[in-house]
Design a protein around this ligand. Structure first.
Ligand code: FMN
Length: 135
């Protein structure tokens, strides 16, 4: 089992109805593929974590990466894990904050996850951004 985390930029911000449709489709496909995770959306930025069987994570990420609705995908983390961190969500959703386009990757992630109320979940994302930035 592995966990993959990436950040990307929307070509244009998704309308609420478009986001709702994307989440519904993703939840159905992810459930069928035994994937769980979470999507944080703030302005034009996406931050997503996908976890589950190696092949399912890889195949789904490759499909997501080809999606013309976003670009500039940067993987923050792609590792084997013993257990899931988002076991209860086929694709959870959090409304993120808006970050400056000129900010560093770590600053972007920090701004995105700032509105997330759960401090453990927030720290989970900022931790990966910090690791990636200093790598
Ligand atoms: C930010 C973002 C996150 C996405 N997350 C998922 C996901 O978790 N699971 C999924 O199946 N599709 C996800 N998609 C949608 C896929 O990119 C793709 O549109 C969808 O799987 C349908 O593919 P198809 O049209 O080739 O059948 C996401 C798209 C975007 C832009």
């Amino acid at each position: 089992m592995k966990r993959l985390l990436y950040i990307s930029t929307a070509r244009s911000p998704l309308r609420p109805s478009e986001l709702e449709a994307l989440l519904m489709k993703s939840r159905t496909a992810n459930s069928a593929a035994d994937l769980t995770g979470m999507l944080v959306v703030g302005g034009r930025r996406f931050l997503q974590v996908l976890e589950g069987p190696d092949q399912a994570v890889t195949t789904t990420f490759e499909r997501i990466a080809r999606d013309p609705r976003h670009f500039a995908l940067v993987k923050l983390h792609d590792k084997e894990v013993a257990a899931r961190s988002f076991a209860s969500w086929a694709m959870g959703f959090e409304q993120g904050g808006v970050s400056a386009a000129s900010a560093t990757l770590e600053e972007q992630v920090n701004a995105l996850v700032a509105p997330i109320a759960d401090p453990t979940l927030r720290a989970y994302f900022t931790g990966f951004a910090k690791t990636h930035t200093s790598a």
